[in-house]
Write a protein that binds this ligand. Structure first.
Ligand code: ZN
Length: 259
């Protein structure tokens, strides 16, 4: 673990130490995972691939929750009482089908995988193929969302490229799946109001960025915050993140809704 992560953990432990008596923060908490059990792309620090054992532990904790608290990532998810959680994965790793999905299916937990369209189209090693993506989408509780066409930062794209990234990826996924794709996660979490407006114009109803935190019902549905889960997050840290003890992390980055 690097120094910055260690400092973050120390602060969060302190927050947890003084906040354990308060109830968990209310709203929609969207968990962000990447790979489970295989290496994640460009992950030099080893943060973005959880061991299957650790992932199972975390999902077992969620499955012990009251029914209705772990919900699908869809437009109605924002309205509701109490603390709800949606489980999401970025990039479209093949292990999401082969390792994560069996655990999620066994525990009857819904989840969404945001797929990079060109990785599928080009048969990129380690990622979902068209057949694998169809198999994943056919599982009960599974949903496919978009993650751009080429996995580029959309905030850096000119208008034409931005439009193409958002629409070509959606159309490709819909062609392969034979069903609508109306949700997306922005690659690298790179979003601002221009990207949000383009996503809305391209037909998306829900968009997830990487800003930390929980979503109140009035949060912009196309700029939802998420809670990143990394490989070092043991059961204790996972529980802290669910409780909101790591939400201070959001102050590291500017809210895309203000950009
Ligand atoms: Zn990504």
């Amino acid at each position: 673990m690097n120094l910055r992560r260690l400092l973050a953990r120390t602060i969060s432990e302190t927050v947890a130490g003084v906040s354990w008596m308060r109830p968990p923060a209310e709203g929609l908490r969207v968990l962000m995972y990447h790979a489970i059990g295989t290496p994640a792309l460009g992950d030099t620090l080893g943060l973005f691939s959880l061991s299957p054992e650790r992932f199972r532990q975390q999902m077992a904790l969620l499955s012990g929750w009251q029914q209705g608290r772990v919900i699908e990532f869809d437009p109605v998810a924002l309205s509701g009482a109490g603390c709800r959680v949606a489980i999401t994965f970025d990039d479209g790793y093949l292990d999401n089908l082969e390792v994560a999905a069996p655990i999620l299916s066994e525990l009857r937990l819904p989840f969404t995988v945001f797929v990079t369209a060109e990785f599928v189209r080009n048969g990129k090693a380690g990622f979902l193929s068209p057949d694998a993506m169809r198999a994943l989408a056919a599982l009960p509780g599974a949903q496919i969302g978009a993650h751009g066409a080429r996995h580029v930062a959309l905030t850096q794209c000119d208008e034409a490229t931005l439009h193409n990234e958002l629409t070509s990826s959606r159309y490709y996924l819909e062609d392969v799946l034979g069903s609508e794709v109306r949700t997306l996660a922005y690659p690298y979490g790179a979003a601002d109001r221009r990207v949000r407006d383009a996503a809305r114009a391209a037909g998306y109803r829900l968009g997830a960025c990487s800003l930390a935190g929980i979503n109140a019902p009035d949060r912009d549905p196309l700029l939802l915050t998420r809670t990143e889960i990394v490989s070092f997050d043991n059961e204790r840290v996972f529980a802290q993140k669910l409780h909101g003890d790591w939400d201070w992390y959001r102050w590291r980055t500017q809210d895309p809704a203000c950009l």
